[in-house]
Design a binder for this molecule. Structure first.
Ligand code: 4AD
Ligand code: MG
Length: 461
């Protein structure tokens, strides 16, 4: 019977026949008469111990198999009630599927994260990355489940687009023009009408604008896909390619938006605590002590909804020595975010109703004429996890704001028309998937929660 080790850990008591497991050697220790292989097939964190002895016809060869070798092992399940693991496999046949020479980079010792990033094609064979990427996968599953249970429609918004949803100009261009022979217009500018799409195109920074159009047809929708930002930020929480979940809800205001954010974050955390126990215990022990209690505390709490003006008051009235002093109108720095989540509230917090000058054109203006109905969810460790808002549904107000901000009307014709034809109040948000993985696992660097991170000056693999 061919089985995954994850299956064995659940069913080892019932299985009477021999099993075949296939995976990789983590360590191989042996003496004259017998040996032990710490074996991992990737299907669980703990792996399994394989015991072999002189009765094996290729005992001498097996004794020499090194770390990293791929094996097929047939054997009997033997219960070991007194050992750390409740059972092991006594091998009756060991077949070498793929050798691994001495220079195998992942040796059984502590490697630095920096080193493992350089070996990104092998690092999923380590405990840290096994746990991280299983949790990442389960989080994605939980997110889809959350929305499916609420009858949201999953929409695949385009990856190549002509719009700049955030208006921040941080786009990667998509072109097939020959750089050594660029077509020029009469006034010597690059003639994008000769380009593949007959116009300037880029990788999307957000699927929001297109998601809005589907929300005004399906009521509740979400996207979950890759987004790209050519911002030159070298921080622990910015990547040039990251995944975002962007729900959009018709007939929903900012409070309704925050309700969905809070429900969703709690739902996926609960799912992980219930379904990734070994992984979460690992993170709690070796990566972020206290993580499980921190997440459980969130489940039992109501996330504070703090207006931006109140946040500014908190900074002003605090005796804390900030490196940068901010006042009304400034964006929060990561230092200020951290103060709110790690020192002041010691919990995630919603910051609402931001000055319109520091937020995107599509956000709905409040009656005070100064702020917009926007929200950021800040969490300990990874900072801004979610950014969202109620959208400006009033065509005249939107057009006036676009003019103020210098957004050309012709590029947004379909977006403004959406307000003309059956527009309604609606809201949405974007949750950075990597930031969620970081928050849940406690892994501090975004480069360690993406299989192959893309950051400025880095596109290996
Ligand atoms: O705040 P942002 O820029 O908002 C939007 O893109 C909106 N269109 C979302 C919406 O309302 N539909 O990005 C949303 C989230 C951030 O809160 C952050 O978690 C994540 O995306 N994010 C990044 N994650 C990793 N690397 C980057 N460079 C990121 N930029 C944003
Ligand atoms: Mg934001």
């Amino acid at each position: 019977m061919k089985v995954n080790v994850s299956y064995l850990t659940k069913h080892f008591r019932e299985i009477k026949e021999e099993v075949l497991v296939q995976g990789w050697i983590r360590t191989n220790r042996n003496q004259k008469e017998f040996g032990f292989i710490n074996f991992n097939d990737g299907t669980n964190l703990a792996g399994i111990q394989i015991v072999y002895d002189k009765d094996l016809e290729n005992f001498a060869e097996v004794s020499k198999y090194r770390v990293g070798c791929a094996l097929s092992v047939t054997g009997k399940i033997v219960l070991t009630p007194d050992a750390k693991q409740p059972y092991e496999i006594h091998a009756t046949k060991v077949v070498l599927e793929g050798d691994s020479p001495e220079d195998y980079p992942i040796q059984p010792k502590r490697h630095t994260r920096e080193f493992l990033r350089e070996q990104a094609y092998l690092r999923p064979r380590t405990n840290l990355f096994n746990a991280t990427f299983r949790v990442r996968s389960l989080l994605a599953y939980a997110i889809h489940n959350f929305f499916r249970e609420r009858e949201f429609v999953y929409v695949h918004t385009p990856i190549i687009t002509a719009s700049d949803a955030e208006g921040a100009g941080q786009m990667f261009q998509v072109t097939t023009l020959d750089f050594d022979n660029l077509p020029l217009t009469d006034d010597k500018k690059v003639d994008f009408s000769k380009d593949f799409f007959g116009r300037h195109a880029n990788l999307t920074v957000s699927g929001q604008l297109e998601a809005e159009t589907y929300a005004l047809a399906f009521k509740n929708v979400y996207t979950f896909g890759p987004t790209f930002r050519a911002e030159n930020s070298n921080t622990l929480r910015h990547a040039s390619e990251f995944w975002m979940i962007e729900p959009e809800m018709a007939f929903c205001d900012l409070d309704g938006d925050m309700d969905v954010i809070e429900d969703m974050v709690k739902y996926v955390i609960r799912y992980i605590l219930d379904n990734a126990k070994d992984e979460m215990t690992f993170f709690d022990q070796f990566v972020a002590p206290g993580k499980i209690d921190q997440l459980k505390a969130l489940l039992d709490s109501h996330i504070v909804r703090l207006p931006y003006t109140e946040a500014i008051k908190i900074f002003k009235e605090s005796s804390h020595n900030f490196e940068v002093n901010i006042s009304y109108g400034d964006d929060l720095t990561s230092e200020h975010e951290k103060f709110l989540t790690d020192t002041y509230f010691k919990a995630p917090v919603f910051v609402t109703n931001w000055p319109k000058e520091i937020k995107a054109v599509y956000m709905r203006q409040n009656d005070d004429g100064k702020t917009v109905a926007a929200v950021d969810l800040l969490v300990p460790g990874s900072g801004e996890l979610v950014g969202g808002s109620q959208r400006e549904e009033r065509l005249d107000v939107l057009l006036a704001r676009m003019k103020e901000m210098g957004v050309p009307e012709d590029s947004m014709w379909w977006y403004t028309n959406l307000r003309k034809y059956g527009g309604c109040y609606h809201s949405g948000f974007g949750l950075g998937f990597e930031r969620l993985v970081m928050y849940v696992t406690g892994v501090e660097n975004i480069r360690d929660v993406l299989p192959y991170p893309r950051t400025p000056k880095n596109c290996e693999f």
